[in-house]
Write a protein that binds this ligand. Structure first.
Ligand SMILES: Nc1nc2c(ncn2[C@@H]2O[C@H](COP(=O)(O)OP(=O)(O)OP(=O)(O)O)[C@@H](O)[C@H]2O)c(=O)[nH]1
Length: 175
């Protein structure tokens, strides 16, 4: 196992805007650890565009990966993984979207996730979107989502050893 400190510690949050290169960078970090790697996907393929994106991701990942679908029960999926298995969770924002749309108790879900991520296991790499830098959305659901995403990112960043902000494909170490 490579030096944990060199990999960024037990938990690394990779955060950025859409197409900032966060998934690819997080994959590079995970594959610096010995295989096998676990990919925990929170996306659901509702249409052809999403199906195509997912197929691209799968072909990019190649061998050595096990994919686990966890659109809602991310805590259960993480807890079920064997100790020491390098894990990539992609991404928190879609997981949050799924809970918001299902009208679940989003605050409780986020607390539960931050709690499991704060446990001394890993190496874990978690991808999330930095949202909310544009103008205030004009509908209440989007505002609620934006606020919940900001709070979730803060909670996860607080328990992370390393936080990387992706800008134009480049990682900026913010923690
Ligand atoms: N269900 C499922 N989803 C996957 C799989 N592979 C990737 N995804 C999803 O694909 C999503 C990321 O895709 P993109 O929209 O291309 O990436 P992005 O995060 O906008 O862009 P980048 O910042 O460049 O990574 C993540 O939410 C993953 O959950 C898979 O095998 N199964």
């Amino acid at each position: 196992m490579p030096d944990r400190a060199a990999l960024g510690g037990r938990l690394t949050l990779v955060i950025g805007g859409a197409r900032s290169g966060k998934s690819a960078h997080a994959e590079r970090l995970v594959t610096a650890c010995p295989a096998p790697w676990a990919y925990v996907a929170t996306a659901q393929a509702y249409d052809d565009e999403m199906r195509e994106r997912i197929a691209l991701h799968r072909s990019r990942r190649g061998e050595g990966w096990t994919t686990i679908d966890a659109p809602l029960d991310l805590v259960g999926a993480i807890e079920a993984l064997p100790d020491g298995r390098p894990v990539l969770v992609d991404c928190l924002t879609l997981w949050l979207t799924n809970h918001v749309l299902a009208e679940h108790d989003v605050e409780a879900e986020c607390r539960g996730l931050a709690d499991v991520l704060s446990r001394p296991r890993g190496p874990w790499f978690v991808v999330s979107n930095e949202v909310g830098q544009g103008i205030v959305p004009d509908n209440a659901l989007a505002r609620r989502f934006r606020d919940a995403a900001g709070r979730l990112n803060q909670q996860v960043a607080a328990v992370s050893d390393t936080v990387l902000l992706m800008v134009a494909g480049l990682p900026l170490k913010v923690k």
